[in-house]
Design a protein around this ligand. Sequence first.
Ligand code: SAM
Length: 261
Amino acid sequence: MRFDILTLFPEMFAGVFDATIIGRAREMGHVEIVLRNIRDYAPGKHHVTDDTPYGGGGGMIMKPEPIFNAVEAILGIEIPPDGYRSLLQQGYPPIILLTPQGRLLKQAVARELAVHERLLLLCGRYEGVDERVCQFLVTDELSIGDYVLSGGEIAAMVLVDVLTRLIPGVLGDPEATANDSHSAGLLEYPHYTRPANYRGQTVPDILLSGHHAKLTEWRRQQSLARTLARRPDLLAEAELSEVDRKYLATLQDSSEDEVTP
Ligand code: SAM
């Protein structure tokens, strides 16, 4: 998978993209990341990339020209007057703006995006980008959460990380992501490692029992119980079996018993 990241601060990505899983994925050729400095595409001697907002108000707005120029140069195209969106059908890559106004990045959204061979990620700064960039260039807008960052760079790093994990061959164990929180709509069960007794706190017996079927059942129940306790909103969308539903019902009954005088 290839990412072209359009940013005013390419230097922010060093480290995050060089180490551990993303670094290895790049070395192995699973992922290619090309950092594009938007300033390089800004016309004029001073390569100005931002300006004051029409109508007044504080802050600066990222100008459209450098961003349109960057996309045209990177893809070797001319953006049609009705916008870039029509080029998607011809196989050109999606252009994703990272913005707190976008749809929320969830694991299901990541899976949907992971099918693409190439993505262009646009990082905003200041008060954001000129609206014509959103209307005529960007094909998707993603938010990493309901809060405001200073720029889209950290959001782009999050997106690249989430997508890289989904590329076959990047994680040694292909099953590794199957039980991850949010993969099947639930939170993952708790993990323990050696020692079995740490400061008097012991590991649940089931984990030491070697009983495979019971362990699988325990993990599923822990996953359901955690999700019910911490993120009950997820249960509405999760794939649940009849056995899961019965177990959840017993948990709900017992918690009601606790509060009933
Ligand atoms: N004035 C904008 C608004 O209220 O929608 C916020 C601008 S923010 C200070 C600057 C840039 O950070 C945005 O253009 C966007 O690229 C990025 N950003 C901020 N919060 C984000 C979030 N939750 N998810 C993704 N990108 C975000």
